[in-house]
Structures are given as structure tokens and as C-alpha cells.
Write a protein that binds this ligand. Sequence first.
Ligand SMILES: [Ca+2]
Length: 389
Amino acid sequence: MFPVRASVRGTLSRQAVISTAATVAALAVVIVAWSSGLQVMNATSGSGESILATERIASGADAVAAMAVAPDGRIFLAEQRTGRVRVIVAGLLVPDAVITFVLRASGPEDGLTGLAAAPDFASNNLLYAAYTYEDRNKSDQPLNRIVRFHVTPENRSSDLEVIRDDLPGGDFHNCNTLRFGPDGKLWFCNGDTGWTNDVSQSVASPEGKIHRINADGSIPVDNPFPHSSVYALGFRNPFGLGFEPNTGRLFVADNGPECCDEVDLVMPGGNYGWPYWKGDEVAEAGAPNERFIGPLWTRHVGGITRLLFVSANVVDALAPPRDLVLLVGTFGDASMYALSFDSSTKVRAVQHLVVGFPVVDLAFAPDGAVLLASYSGEVRRIVPSRPAR
Ligand SMILES: [Ca+2]
């Protein structure tokens, strides 16, 4: 994840890996220190005015990478380093894990990184997870796997099933996100695994892609590339997936190197430029601009984690030209932004809603409240009423 500023292109040096890993470890300590004393947190606008407050639901999980919410209000958390799926029930973190995966978590960004609840969880109790593992009989390279399992009423797991396997992995930029779309398909991101080269540009490689599969892992017949789960290409470390209500349009966050984290509008078969083009750069190395789709928004925020479209009145912070805003969680600057778009997806307003909270996931509670999870294991909800001024 946890978004590390790795080299732009070429092979990462061993020293670079070691130094960035140390940076992440140091950052994690700071984050824990920051968040441990917070109970209610007021966000600030650019002027420092308080515009949004959140309140703690629960804390205590270890290095949380992803969150999934059941219709009955249970909040499942993926612990990146331990491989445990934890659950919060009625505001309490259950001590025992729902399931524990045997995984590889020796790099800064590998481990248990994806978690999603089936759209029909209320009837089938299915959770989906993605994690990194090693199997030297298969490959010298780490691998990523997507599984699903039933959650029992006692919050245990049963009937574990692997639905997608042997996705390339590494210390960085793994299979980061699982999300069900309004089309009922399971969407996931696979990063370029950190050893940057042209794999993101090859449809034949799963790396640096957004993928779309059926809930059982099979490939939909209406994907843009025949017999392929690849839906869009040219990404470095694609992370958050945000589906716009009503239109069903898909937005993705791609994490750039030092300069350029992006929000992109995802088109079927679209190519988003990595490693030749990042942020608003013009095309390099003779590659024509027309091949690539540029971002809707780009800024260096130390890694965008998740995206979530919400009604503007949920955050009650903007006077938007439209009635929806896109929440953008970030890791490095520990924030949440709200973007509002005009009808052509041009960004019309950006507001810095939450500071001091390294958002790793965003979701709706059953009552419509917006939940934020942090890497330090804390889950908060946006306080729905506007603070008194
Ligand atoms: Ca791009």
C-alpha cells in the first residue's frame, strides 16, 4: 500500500527497496501515534475552518488494508501483515479472526490487501479476499490470489474457494482492491508489482491492469478483450475503484511515483499511459498522445487509497454543481478530499475534508453513514450533522 514512492522506471535497486521499507515503517509508527489519542476529529477546509467531523466506531485491528460492510452492520477488516480477517460487531472488535490466510507479507505492500462482501451477502454470507503468497514450486515471484468463503453466524469461515490464482505479485503494487460493481461483476486491480517495465502495456500480462470477472472467477463474455479479464491497462498501482451511481461509470485511483497520483475515468480497453506517461505529462519516447487517456485529477498526496461517490449532503461541505461528490482517501498525507465534477467530468471543486487520518478504505454503513478505516486499525463514521460555527 502503502503507497511507497518507488522508482519511476527501470529496476528498483535493493537499497531503494530497503530505504522505502524503512520509511513506511517509520510512517506507520507516526500514524499510530497520531491516531491513538483522537476521539472526535474535525476536518478543515483550505482556510482551516471546521467543516466535517468524524467519530470513532472501533479500533484495535492491526495494519488494516481493506474494509467490507455487511447489510447487518458487521464491519470486516483485512489485516495486511497478519493475514487475518477481523470483524466489528456492534462497535466491538471481536478478538478471534474470522479466517487467517498463510501469506507473504515481507515487503512493504504485499500481504492481505483486498476484501469485499458479495452484493447478495444477506443471502449467501460470502466474503472475497485477495492476498499475496509464495509457492516456489510454481514461481520464483510472489503471487496473488483471490478467494471467497462463507461467514458463519458465529463469524467463522467455511467453504474456502480459490476463484483466481497465480496473479503476479511482488513487494509493491499487488492485487489491491476488490469491488463489486453495479453490474454484479467483481472488479479488481493488479499493480505492476513494483518492478516497473512495460508489463502494464501488455494485455497478455495481468500486471498494471483493472480486471473484471464474474463472481465465480470466470471471465464475462462482454469484456473488451476476448477471453481476458483485463478491462483497462497502463496503470502503475491502481487502487480505489469508485462507481458513480446512476451512470455506473467507473473511476479509479492510480498511484504515481513521486509526483503524480491520479483519478481516472475508466473506459473499456482504455490505456492510461504507465510507464510512458504519468499525471499530466505529455507523452514520452515518441509515444503518441492519442494512445493514452489522461487523468481527471492529479496531485501528489502520497498515494490515493479508495474512492467512494456520496451524496453531497453526506459531507455537507460544498455547494457543488452536481449532487454527488467523489470522496478520495489518501495515505501519505493522511487525508480525505471531496471532488465534485461538472457534467463532462471536469473537476470543478476540491475540498480537503479530513486531515490526520490515513484512510485505507471507505464504505457505506447500512444506515447510509460513510465509514472510514485507517491503516492503524481505527474505523470512524462521518458525523452527519454540520458542526456549529
Ligand atoms: Ca496515467
